[in-house]
Write a new protein. Sequence first.
Length: 737
Amino acid sequence: MKIKTFFKNCLLGVLVTLSTSIIYSQKTDSINKDRYQKYLKFHTFIQGMRIVPHWYTDSDRFWFAEGTQDNTVIYLVDPKQNTKTPFFDTERLRSALKPFLKQEPINKGIPFTDFTFVNGNDSIQFEVEKKKFKLSLKDYKIVPLNATPENPKAAAAPLFSPDKKWIFDVKENNLWLTNVENQKSEQFTFDGAEFYAWDIVPNAWSPDNKRFIGKRTDARNVHHLPVIDYSKPLEEVNYYVYAKTGETIEIPELFVFDTESKKQIKIDTGADSQQYIFPLEWTTDGSEFLFMRLSRLGNKLELLAANPNTGASRIIITEEQKTFVAGLDFIIDTWQKQFTLLKNSKNFIWISERDGWKHFYLYGLDGKLIRRLTSGNFPVKGVVKVDEKEGWIYFNANAETDLYATNLYRVNFKGKNFRKLTEAKGYHHAFLFAPSAHYFIDAYSSLDKPFKFELRTNDGKFLQLLNTADISKIKAIGFNPPESFVVKADDGVTDIYGIMYKPFDFDPAKKYPVIESVYAGPFMTIVPHGFIPTTGASLKAQAFAQLGYITILLDTRGTTERSKKFQDAVYKNIGKYEIADRVAAFKQLSQKYPFMDMKRIGIYGHSWGGYFAIRAMLMAPDLYRTGIASAPGELTEGAEINEPYMGFPRDNKSGYDFGTNTNHADKLKGKLLFIHGTSDTNAPFSTTVRMIDALIKAGKPYDLLLLPGRTHNLEGEKYANDVICRYFEENLKNVKE
């Protein structure tokens, strides 16, 4: 009996212990998954991540709103006196406003975050609860204002003529001109059609308000991507313009319109219609309109000036490379930083990588080089502010020992007195200059320190700290700052920068499964160098860590913000070096960080990252055990995505054959999940279909999650995020060797 009782008590103890362990484990998993979901919205748990200065027109003073949504404070800053004081008497303002509302003004502080000056600077106009008021700053007397219906056309500022009397818009693929005063509209074009529509461009108006630039894009002969709506018994098909690699791309056209004569003149953009056109701006005197054209393969970039009377154009400068001058990042965004016209002369600042690094050059509009402005083994990123009166150019660049540490610098028009103006260690995100260029606000952060906003003079002298972001909410959830690292690429020479996220309750004595969040496209970087994740890849990586993983991000050879040589490493060889660099990186990381379980490594990627997630599973099957490819791209897809880096398929058959993932389907060993929205017009659903077809032919198993009607942007898709968590948990985290 005693023996039975003994075993019974032992068994009961084991069951109680096991039950308690299971309950504790379930509770912990639930807490971690909740933390994961919150980290996917990381930005929402940080307050005060930006300052919007509203500069006075007659001085260098400015005001800005600060604080939480329920307790806003508006400050007045006088840089000359180096003071920061509350703009309003909060209680006095709230008391004056209360009689005009049905209840107490919302929240505890100032019940609005924006206002405009009227009657000089003596009064302001603001809005609360969709009611407009006027406040005298002398006696705090408030006067209700009649609500005026907003002109919906007035929302797009670039459409206005310089004198604000005219505005042009697009209706049903055609251009219309509207008189702002009497709201009478007149149709200017009549031949716009679907796939051959008219459009507006920034800086379209001439300085004399008499002419504007219109753009027309011919997409009639471009591949039309069919997107099927499966939500109805009778399926519906919509078509979207999608220029495939090696196939016809859109043909851009520019025209000058005369508002008085109604005459339109076509601008000569060149004989080769298969190119990219970037309208810039009018010269100061309005005698010419400036634009850039980029060859389809991205290896030739030209600045041109068009005569608005004849449409004839002349080449000002030509930039050429044996590889590429510009790629997708330029086509989408950075073209706006390429050229800076000086308003008080006939000169401009041009960015060139001709010596292997991006630097500034001063040119005349006659195409003659005046001088080089910057030099050194570092890349400039763009002009931030030009002070022509004092002769300074302010710009951001990666010119420090930490190759990705962006700071603010200045140099004069003689290319002399190059100077760093920011001091804090970390990443300097934005520089907000006073119109006079006498002062600027420096917004910066680091991996372990949140945003700070410093007021400085234009020579870099520190004046005061304006604000620091509040991270108390993210700390309450659980926060462990990431760790940066530098490893060698597969060549054993090139430095590769990366970042590691750890669980908030990290224990170095434990072994952790590892997930790499990958992108690796040759047109961007993903490793953050400031406090917040800067891409979907880094946001996902930080969230994965909350589930008990070590997560890794790498910017391997071929990515941006380094030398031309660094990016050219993958030219005509997409898919050849990126995974090899990762294998080399993990080998080095495993030697330094014994808590990384090298037998449990997974990889996740979306879009171009989806391509490389598949690539990693195929080219390094002994390293990566589990992969998730979300909306994967492929070398067969967007012309502007692939051609600048790979050339045409007919001219680089071996490069395309090797880089195409379907050709390596037989190498898959691990578990691979595909996620794709059926209405994706960025990375078409067909990329996944072709890849799984190749796996079927190779006899390789795969998993698939289809998201009906979803597009390319899957951020915030909770169902997909839950599947991602579960897939890594079942096929990576809980796997026992």
